[in-house]
Design a protein around this ligand. Structure first.
Ligand SMILES: NC(=O)c1ccc[n+]([C@@H]2O[C@H](COP(=O)([O-])OP(=O)(O)OC[C@H]3O[C@@H](n4cnc5c(N)ncnc54)[C@H](OP(=O)(O)O)[C@@H]3O)[C@@H](O)[C@H]2O)c1
Length: 288
């Protein structure tokens, strides 16, 4: 008998499963897509059992789970519950709520094309959001020094503590960037800035960026005008602007889409994978 078709079970924490994630699943070559909305740790176990008690162990790598939705913390809670329910058999699982893992992986991949991230000095603005936190985590794992920016320094401290728990020895510094006046000190000595602020929020005006003489790479993830880093264009993908290499949201987004598709395809190579930020970034690093 021919090999069984692949099935991706989309577990979304929002009431309506994400169309974006469904389109990417189809474009990743998934054979069948089963979508469920309103998924919580409390209702996920029967869905997981449907995955593991149907096909025999030798075919379980042809079934996989994608956890998505707009709330990353809710997605993380569902992944924990999925893992607890994957017993005695397992299928592979990918977490990409809010696109946080694939976006952060693509952003750090972009930076790595131009900088040695083991020695880079970075500033992440909007670092308390789900994307920013993962950017911090991935940069810290490379070994460079990372300033963790928030309008509220205390919130940045919380992110630093969470990342240190995952990345022992992480070189992190919380900085409060409540207004443009705080920008020059936060940027001083930085070679990389990543803006991961909320859609439409300007985090770095041009006149502040111009104070950072050693800045080599600027990455803006905000795709909703005005730009998060003034002067970085949406489609920038390594554009040289006044001596700084720039990436805009779509410039990063193209890689993000490839990483997302690669991560879905990876799920069907084994039955025991759990793809979170680090594993997704490993796929991004394989890309040119
Ligand atoms: N390019 C892509 O492919 C792609 C994919 C997914 C997401 N994105 C974009 O990536 C960015 C980050 O996503 P996210 O979901 O992590 O963002 P988010 O949670 O909406 O916001 C991130 C942080 O921005 C800060 N912030 C919120 N409102 C602000 C304001 N008015 N002014 C200044 N700062 C503000 C907050 O930090 P503090 O309160 O700590 O200051 C917040 O934690 C967004 O712009 C999103 O649209 C891009």
């Amino acid at each position: 008998m021919s090999e069984k078709q692949t099935i991706l079970v989309q577990l979304d924490t929002d009431p309506l499963p994400s169309v974006f994630d469904r389109v990417v699943a189809v474009d990743s070559g998934v054979g069948h897509l089963f979508g469920y909305g309103g998924v919580t740790p409390g209702n996920v176990t029967p869905l997981v059992h449907g995955c593991i008690f149907t096909r025999g162990p030798k075919d379980l790598h042809r079934t996989a789970i994608f956890v998505g939705g707009s709330d990353v913390a809710a997605g993380e809670a569902v992944v924990a519950a999925v893992r607890a329910a994957l017993n005695p058999f397992t299928v592979s699982v990918l977490l990409d709520s809010n696109g946080a893992n694939t976006t952060a992986a693509a952003a750090v991949r972009a930076a790595s094309r131009h900088l040695d991230l083991a020695s880079a000095a970075s500033l992440v603005l909007g670092a308390t959001g789900p994307v920013g936190q993962r950017v911090v985590r991935l940069l810290a794992a490379h070994g460079g020094h990372v300033r963790v920016g928030s309008r509220d320094r205390a919130k940045a401290e919380v992110v630093c503590a969470a990342v240190r728990a995952r990345v022992p020895g992480a070189k992190l510094e919380a900085v409060g960037v409540a207004s443009a006046a705080d920008g020059p000190a936060a940027l001083a000595g930085r070679t990389l800035v990543v803006a991961a602020g909320a859609a439409g929020a300007v985090l770095l005006p041009k006149k502040i960026r111009d104070t950072a003489k050693g800045l080599k790479v600027a990455i803006d993830l905000n795709g909703v005008p005005p730009a998060g880093i003034e002067g970085v264009e949406l489609f920038d993908a390594g554009a040289d602007r006044d001596g700084t290499i720039c990436y805009g949201a779509i410039g990063v987004g193209n890689t993000k889409m490839k990483v997302h598709r690669a991560a879905v395809a990876k799920l069907f190579t084994a039955s025991n994978l759990v793809l979170d930020a680090e594993e997704v970034y490993a796929l991004a690093r394989e890309m040119p």
